[in-house]
Ligand binder design. Sequence first.
Ligand SMILES: [Zn+2]
Ligand SMILES: [Zn+2]
Length: 306
Amino acid sequence: MQTSSPIKQAEQIAIEKGLFYKPFFLAPVKQIFAQRAVRFDELAAEENGDWSQYLRLLAALSRAQQYAADALPEELPPLKQGHTVLPAADGSRIPLEFYPALRRIVSQMAAAQEGQYFQTGIQRAADLPQQEAEALAAQVLQGEYAQEDAPLFIWIHAALQVVWTVWAQQLDDKQVLPVTEREVCPCCGGEAVASVVLANGDWNNLRYLHCAVCNSRWNALRAQCTFCKDQSGIALQEIQNATNGALRGARAESCERCGHYRKMFMLQYQQYAEPVADDLASLALDILVGEAGYLRGGHNPFLPIE
Ligand SMILES: [Zn+2]
Ligand SMILES: [Zn+2]
């Protein structure tokens, strides 16, 4: 039975893990969506035209996600029932919390000024009955939705993110133990959208993959392909002399063996980089690497042109 005080526990953890403890798992912070909203607004200010408007819409969506996340109870489902710590985000089961989260997001967005260009999609999402919304959510997680439902995709995915992220926020690294297979999220089985390389103190230079569903981060070796694990043909590509904020910190880690690349955000060069947001503001790098023949790995649920 655990009877020690929280402080004693922390001391105990430090002793057990030693001074140079490097966590395998980093839980998403409580204000992750609010922070992402700020980042989207910053990045939107550096863009022009339609893309800037889209980034502002995603800022509003992130704020709506925070509102929906704050309303969810802090309760965890039974852990480790399958290969993942949380119930797998594979569409086999849509949590009960999903539909209320979707309703909250959509009602916030319908009122947001930024939503005006996307009213049709928002209205369709608002009209979805629970059963239909859940069926669509399952399809979205399985990557099998019909083209005509594409306008609903970002709202559905936003609500799914909220449910899994609130769960992941309650986990700690005693629950999420290191695994050998690091291609997908150990918490929910989701795909990493990109990775970040930290730039603070003891954790300087450690690389973490960032889950597109539950926003967990898990450690993965640098200079090793995050798709095929090969180390022989890894190269880092970047846009030279980039002035745009996201591009300054963005690198594409490409692999000669499997021909994929995944983006990596170096906090050393762009301390406020946020994988989901910065990915969408550094598409010039995707074009550069795509022209060189590499295939993008790491799906961003908010990227409409994939
Ligand atoms: Zn995850
Ligand atoms: Zn590879």
